[in-house]
Design a protein around this ligand. Structure first.
Ligand SMILES: [Zn+2]
Length: 147
């Protein structure tokens, strides 16, 4: 039996255990029946981020952004495209620094857009500035391989 991987539901935040070899089989949440991966970033509040951070068995790639930030808006469709390429190897999420200023300060998010990669509950890499989808995928894949 392959080791199950913990996947936090992007809809109801229930912790699911999915066999590693079934991650690509469009797994559904045992609680709400929603798909665990939809090929798009999940907008998270601070509380939801903390839950996903502490329970996610796959790396969490977070786009820290704000509505007033032009480069953030430019990168949004690129990050969406990266989600289609990186799921289900990792979970992509978006966090508004306007809605979670305390968390942004705690994590020392100084410039945005900022991409942060978390694995095993810890930040393992970060990179500031807008990037095209291909570069996001390459950077995140490399960073998570070394995590
Ligand atoms: Zn669910």
């Amino acid at each position: 039996m392959p080791e199950p991987v913990q996947v936090v539901c992007p809809h109801c935040d229930t912790i699911n255990r999915v066999p590693a070899n079934r991650l690509t089989d469009v797994p559904r949440c045992g609680e709400c029946r929603g798909p665990l991966f939809e090929g798009r970033p999940v907008p998270l509040s601070e509380a939801r981020f903390r839950r996903h951070l502490s329970h996610s068995g796959i790396p969490l790639l977070v786009d820290f952004w704000a509505s007033w930030c032009g480069p953030c808006r430019t990168m949004a469709p690129e990050f969406e495209a990266a989600a289609r390429a990186l799921e289900p190897r990792m979970r992509l999420a978006k966090l508004s620094t306007e809605e979670a200023p305390g968390l942004a300060a705690e994590l020392r998010i100084s410039g945005i857009p900022m991409l942060s990669l978390f694995a095993g509950g810890q930040e393992v890499a970060r990179r500031a500035g807008a990037m095209p989808a291909r570069q996001i995928v390459e950077w995140a894949s490399r960073a998570s391989a070394g995590a």
